[in-house]
Write a protein that binds this ligand. Sequence first.
Ligand SMILES: [Ca+2]
Ligand SMILES: [Ca+2]
Ligand SMILES: [Ca+2]
Length: 277
Amino acid sequence: MRNRNAMMFTMMAALVLASTMTATATVVNLADANSSVIVDTSNPRMVVDWTVDGQRHMAEQMFFLSVNGAPQQNIAALPTAPAVISRDTNGDLQDDRVDLQWAMTGITARATLILRGTTPGSGSSNISELLSVVNTTGSAVTFSLFQYVNFDLAGTPGDDTLIVTGGSLAQQSDPTGWAAQVSATPMPTAFEAGLVTDNPSILDRLQAPVPAVLNNVPGPVVGDGAVAFQWDFTLQDGQSFLLSAEKNIAMVPEPATLVLAGIGGLMMTRRGHRQQV
Ligand SMILES: [Ca+2]
Ligand SMILES: [Ca+2]
Ligand SMILES: [Ca+2]
């Protein structure tokens, strides 16, 4: 009888484990015109692919959240699986938007990603992101939110150049003409560009069991670069924080053209932004 109970328990445990794994292993494929994105909510690397006109450009993109000074945690590695909804918002029968929601005790984090591709061959693509954190714990909570983005343009990580300008704009370029840009609002508290081979790297520090602080190192870094932005904020009970980020990929004949255009645009919007360095 005891053996039979033990066997039943083992089978039940296996069933529970199997259903848990099914619930957490969620891969969302977004597609729009010349572009596709893979969001894997069970993978700590989360956004594991962004392909534009047949070229892969993204190695990984993650969010980390620190609550009340505790070490930051990768949102995709939280024990509770997120609610995931993907949908088609422009009637081409391909999902181009995904909404993710993670619930912790008294804290809810939501992320929305919307992919917009363009005509095949144009080399241009955009991801709009909205991220929110809501505090319903009943008391004030301090947060540090980090976004970590690791582009490997054209699938060749070693030949990229990455620079952060103005504290909220990251630009990366590849010698073949591919370029990527990340801009975020509100103004980050801190930022950092670095090589994934740095010891410790930005990701090493985000994954370490101690609170991370980004060092406002703008680069340029040449090689397999990655960038992170940090937002520190306090939410009273019932308050929420909203973050929006725009990511663009473009194929430009001269890589310098986009960088110069980006810097020109930045000069125009720089006034009023406080300096970070
Ligand atoms: Ca669609
Ligand atoms: Ca490259
Ligand atoms: Ca990289």
